[in-house]
Design a protein around this ligand. Structure first.
Ligand SMILES: C[S@@+](CC[C@H](N)C(=O)[O-])C[C@H]1O[C@@H](n2cnc3c(N)ncnc32)[C@H](O)[C@@H]1O
Length: 126
């Protein structure tokens, strides 16, 4: 959709737990359902969380949308677990708010309880 609208978007496909660190880090990083997927499979969560500070520019923002255990699916990330994944000194201004996620499964709409984390990459030297 973005490319069709003429926006300068470049898509790349790779293992998100091993994204090459760019020469200039990203101003914003948006994770929609990845961290909870990694956690659910017990896969590379530490590698991914260790990579995020290196991908995000000082003062830049990370957003993580994760299904909550309150969704009743038998898995998910609660607010405390999410918050603990973004500790000082790498991160500041960490907030987590409950949100409702709409997932389309086939033709069915599935509403799931979720959490949206926002974190700011601390300026270098903090
Ligand atoms: C819950 S889905 C979310 C999909 C989409 N981001 C969205 O919000 O609708 C999780 C996605 O993460 C992908 N995924 C899981 N592990 C991955 C990894 N190591 N690298 C890249 N993608 C991965 C899965 O293939 C799946 O498409």
């Amino acid at each position: 959709k973005a490319a069709g609208a003429g926006l300068p978007v470049r898509f790349e496909v790779c293992d998100a737990t091993a994204i090459p660190v760019p020469p200039v880090p990203y101003d914003s990083v948006f994770d929609s359902g990845l961290l909870h997927s990694l956690d659910r499979r017990g896969a590379a969560v530490r590698d991914y969380l260790a990579l995020l500070p290196r991908l995000t520019a000082p003062g830049g923002a990370v957003f993580v949308l994760a299904v909550s255990p309150e969704a009743g699916e038998g898995w998910g990330l609660d607010a405390g677990t999410l918050r603990a994944a973004f500790p000082e000194p790498d991160w500041t201004h960490v907030t987590v708010e409950p949100v409702d996620v709409l997932a389309r499964v086939g033709r069915a709409d599935l509403h799931l309880a979720a959490n949206l984390l926002r974190a700011t990459r601390a300026p270098s030297g903090l």
